[in-house]
Ligand binder design. Structure first.
Ligand SMILES: *Cc1c(COP(=O)(O)O)cnc(C)c1O
Length: 477
């Protein structure tokens, strides 16, 4: 496909020159002497160009997107409409409180809603993504221990954790200590107990963990940690597993982050804007980043008056547009948030049960919002790796699942159908997966050479990561 610059043929699509404008008040040095080198192409060709580009992309509106842990569910378009309302989209972040009561009201109400959903006592909306929320949470934990004169250095993290967890703890200056999983894919309690000492500041946990399994010993874990004076951090990126059924406060956690862009419906991926609010229990309230949005009974205001605040973690107070979408989604769903979790869990279990005959299922237990298959059988018997299966799925207009993660499963395929898919779509995916398993046996070449139908076939992933070529030369093509 040619770039828009290569397609440029001198046709004037739009004329930006307005000769009637008197520009003599501008200093000559500000004026161009040469026209900018913009592509010149007719409007219809511009439309075709960008339509073709968008067709080369994959999105939830195009097909099934079971990318484990990423919650690629359908994001209702009404959220986009509301976030683009002029009063929200064009508001200036430096407006005085009295001129943006509506926006502050929305943020306050969102904080209140997230307090209900998480059970926590206070919320900051500032962090821009999940990993940023983790960093914020760990900074709060660090400052808490400083404030009581306890210089704890270690953070325990189960080996099934999302990679961002150890990264965030490390960036905060903590020493990361891995906790093994037991044969059921859950935290190995004996190993955990052997690691607890007075140097442990916190444990960072995901529950359900990245195998999609609920940590049934979570109450015992929180008891052990609290008895040791340690805190508990909850990675709540995938809240669609538990909304309305339980919450981190009930489980004994002190800090939690949420991914509004996953659970609360903002289109994400490709580095788009997110939001990773952090909730804390009462005793950590004074450490939150400033400002938090508060209400004095009459008006809403930005509160900078937090005794031990870690400071700000982002300009202003987060990605406001994402907050609007999340608030709209929560209001629209109401009590049905509980039903969303129910469907997320039901959908995952349905696929798991249908596919476990055809692929290895290392942890054969009821799952939550996702589960992890292994392509080990296909690899051993037919030389078909999980990567090949992922590529072949693309021929079925399906985004591949998350692969080779979590690390504790060989040839892992982490499947998260989300709550927004109907049974027909789930059945379609199941059929494609079964067909690929059969192909691996009878026609492995078809799988090994996939994808056959995508605009770009196989890319050299190592080369792309090690030597990214970010500049396009027309002469390359
Ligand atoms: C997605 C995810 C994160 C990271 O969130 P980002 O918004 O991508 O930074 C952290 N933990 C878990 C379990 C996740 O699924």
């Amino acid at each position: 496909m040619k770039t828009i610059f290569e397609k440029s043929n001198g046709t004037e699509g739009i004329n930006l020159t307005d000769d009637s404008e008197d520009l003599s008040f501008l200093d000559k040095s500000f004026l161009r002497t040469q026209s900018p080198e913009l592509p010149q192409i007719g409007e219809l060709e511009v439309m075709r160009h960008y339509k073709e580009l968008s067709d080369r992309n994959f999105c939830i509106e195009k097909g099934f997107y079971p990318l484990g842990s990423c919650t690629m569910k359908y994001n209702p378009k009404v959220n986009e409409l509301l976030a683009s309302l002029e009063g929200f989209a064009n508001i200036h972040p430096n407006l005085a409180d009295e001129y943006c009561q509506g926006a502050l009201n929305l943020m306050y109400n969102l904080q209140e809603a997230l307090k209900k959903i998480t059970g926590m006592d206070a919320i900051t909306l500032q962090p821009a993504a999940g990993a940023h929320g983790e960093l914020t949470g760990m900074m709060i934990i660090k400052k808490y221990f400083e404030s009581i004169g306890d210089n704890r250095k270690k953070v325990l993290i189960p080996d099934s954790a999302h990679g961002t967890n150890p990264a965030s703890a490390h960036m905060c200056g903590f020493e990361v200590v891995g906790v093994n999983s037991d044969k059921y894919g859950r935290v190995d309690m004996e190993h955990l107990k052997s690691l607890i000492d007075k140097n442990v500041a916190a444990i960072m946990m995901t529950n359900p963990n990245t195998l999609g399994l609920f940590e049934e010993n979570v109450l015992e874990i929180s008891k052990l940690m609290h008895e040791n004076g340690s805190l508990l951090y909850y990675d709540g990126a995938n809240f669609n597993a538990i909304m309305g059924y339980t919450n981190p406060k009930v489980m004994g956690f002190d800090v939690v982050h949420l991914n509004l862009h996953k659970t609360f419906a903002t289109p994400h991926g490709g580095g788009g804007p997110g939001a990773g609010p952090v909730g804390v229990v009462d005793k950590l309230k004074e450490f939150l980043p400033v400002p938090v949005v508060n209400f004095d009974g009459e008006k809403y205001f930005r509160d900078y008056n937090l005794k031990n605040s870690i400071g700000s973690v982002k300009a202003f107070y987060g990605n406001f547009g994402v907050l609007v979408r999340a608030y709209a989604y929560i209001l629209m769903m109401g009590d049905n948030l509980k039903e969303a979790s129910e469907n997320a869990v039901l959908n995952a279990n349905y696929i798991k049960e249908k596919l476990k005959k055809y692929y290895d299922l290392p942890y054969d237990l009821p799952c939550m919002h996702e589960f992890v298959l292994s392509g080990e059988r296909q690899k051993q018997n037919f030389g078909i790796s999980t990567l090949n299966i992922a590529k072949r799925l693309m021929d079925g207009n399906t985004h591949p699942p998350t692969v080779y993660f979590p690390l504790i499963v060989h040839e892992a395929m982490m499947i998260e159908p989300t709550e927004s898919e109907n049974k027909e779509k789930l059945d379609e995916f199941i059929d494609i997966m079964i067909k690929i398993a059969q192909e691996a046996e009878t026609n492995p070449e078809e799988v090994l050479s996939a994808p056959h139908s995508t605009p770009v076939r196989r890319v050299d992933e190592t080369l792309a990561a090690r030597h990214p070529d970010l500049k396009y030369n027309c002469s390359d093509k």
